[in-house]
Unconditional design. Structure first.
Length: 305
């Protein structure tokens, strides 16, 4: 932060027209102030002040530099204050969460986040539908998949997340365990539906080739949480985000199937409408969720090896 300090010395010297006055305001010695100015002039390879025995005034280059230096120093000072006062973050977080991950994983995490930053307020909506963050009373939306609208801003939370096949031990005991993706056609598959579209073609990568299979079953849900609950209860095979079922896999409530298959990418992002919404609070939330998601996948991954 030495450069920031030199900028501050330059600004105070320019505003007071005196090295001694600037030194007094900054609690420095006049000699230290003079050395800082000379060091800055050397870095810029130009004189910033015209000096005489009785006066100190800016050169033309100094005038130009001052106009750029003032807003730059203000931004840097604001950034330092935001970092140093991290535990004082405040404001309202209006966020939309996906049903399964939001209800069972993110909500408990938000309890911890709010305990850490006690000045914030939460406004939470839980739904799997594509929320319109431009028109609805939502500032952020946590969603899986690629960016649905190029006008949105995506803040990555868990880019490495993928979908995995899973089923309960009770289902596998009754119906057997599929050994390859084509076996899924003979099983009861639990499908997710968004709007009018049923996700009944499941895609994978096998030996660096893209493969897919048309699945069917006796249950379809508009709610991702319902699909997971059906799978845990032993009603069929589900194709779920690894984040959604990490705790179920860890606890043995679900078994991962066909681990050699690489499931579809399901990156998790925080979506917002405008970069101006990326406040220190939003950045803190992004960092918090990213850390928790990475830890969750790491725990699940080590348990399945």
């Amino acid at each position: 932060m030495k450069l920031l300090r030199e900028f501050e010395i330059f600004i105070h010297t320019a505003q007071t027209g005196s090295l001694s006055d600037a030194a007094r305001l900054l609690d420095l010695s006049p000699a230290a102030t003079s050395i800082a100015i000379k060091r800055l002039e050397a870095q810029l390879n130009t004189a910033l002040f015209i000096r005489s025995t009785r006066s100190l005034r800016l050169t033309q280059a100094g005038e130009v530099f001052l106009q750029h230096c003032l807003p730059a120093v203000q931004m840097l000072q604001d950034g330092c204050r935001a970092v140093q006062a991290g535990d004082q973050l405040s404001g309202v977080l209006q966020i939309s969460l996906p049903s399964d991950l939001g209800r069972n994983v993110i909500l408990p995490w938000l309890d911890e986040f709010q305990h850490q930053y006690q000045q914030i307020k939460l406004r939470v909506a839980i739904s799997d539908r594509l929320v319109d963050i431009f028109r609805e009373s939502v500032d952020l939306a946590l969603r899986y998949g690629s960016l649905p609208d190029s006008a949105m801003i995506a803040l990555p939370v868990c880019s490495e997340n993928r979908r995995v096949l899973c089923a309960a031990p009770s289902y596998l005991a009754r119906h057997g365990t599929p050994q390859q993706f084509s076996d899924l056609a003979q099983h009861n598959c639990l499908c997710f539906m968004l709007g009018d579209y049923v996700y009944d073609r499941w895609r994978f990568s096998a030996q660096r080739q893209e493969v897919s299979v048309q699945v069917s079953g006796d249950r379809v849900a508009l709610d991702g949480d319902a699909v997971r609950r059906w799978a845990v209860a032993g009603f069929g095979i589900a194709y779920k985000s690894q984040l959604d079922i990490a705790e179920d896999l860890q606890a043995g409530r679900l078994i991962r199937l066909c681990p050699d298959l690489e499931g579809e990418a399901a990156p998790l992002n925080l979506l917002c409408a405008d970069r101006r919404q990326i406040s220190p609070l939003v950045q803190a939330l992004q960092a918090f969720l990213s850390q928790r998601c990475a830890a969750l996948l790491s725990t699940q991954g080590s348990s399945s090896d």
